[in-house]
Design a binder for this molecule. Structure first.
Ligand code: URA
Length: 195
């Protein structure tokens, strides 16, 4: 058995564990957001993806549909991925929080602390070759810093030995379209690091 087929097998076997993790998330009541959620939003996409994208938290539409990035920001994310030749279904998309904070407020420190063990496990199961973090909140958690986004973007970091790039959140880009060009540069850099 060659190393490549062995790696493939190890990755494929991650799927049942991912299902188990999804069930654990669905019954989680740790931080209290279960009281206001419609449902949990675990993650979506290819469990063997090379590229894993990490957003902040579900919004209104994600909470309704149980899938990350399906609202306006999600449509922009899908278009951003297409612009570098990536199909949304071939990557894996998850969030820092698995439940919607009321009125889409920022996740608080305790929510991030209680929820991110799920994300850590998700990353360990998927074993992506590259992580793309969207926005300040995801960047802060993955880099364990409180730097402004401008300081975090534009370079390749590492998270648990996985190359990590932090770029603008699509919701920010909807409000600040002038920064789309810089986000596109970041995406090109991600694609280059994946090839
Ligand atoms: N914004 C996020 O960060 N995640 C989603 O799933 C939707 C909007």
């Amino acid at each position: 058995m060659g190393i490549q087929s062995w790696q493939l097998k190890v990755k494929k076997e991650a799927t049942p564990d991912l299902d188990g993790l999804k069930k654990a998330v669905a019954s989680c009541t740790l931080c209290g957001l279960d009281k206001t959620r419609t449902q949990t939003v675990f993650g979506v996409g290819n469990p063997n993806a090379d590229l894993m994208i990490i957003g902040e938290a579900p919004g209104f539409y994600e909470d309704q549909q149980g899938e990350p990035f399906v609202g306006r920001a999600g449509q922009l994310l899908t278009a951003m991925l297409q612009s570098i030749g990536f199909d949304r279904n071939k990557v894996y998309i998850a969030n820092i929080l698995k439940c919607r904070p009321p009125n889409n407020r920022d996740p608080d420190t305790q929510e991030v602390e209680l929820c991110t063990p799920f994300l850590k496990k998700q990353i360990a199961l998927i074993q992506p070759k590259f992580l793309l973090a969207l926005g300040r909140i995801a960047g802060h958690f993955l880099l364990d810093t409180d730097q402004p986004l401008a300081r975090m973007r534009g370079k390749i970091h590492q998270y648990q030995n996985i190359p990590l790039l932090i770029t603008y959140h699509p919701a920010y880009l909807l409000r600040n379209p002038a920064d789309k060009a810089k986000a596109y540069e970041d995406l090109l850099s991600a694609r280059q690091n994946l090839s």
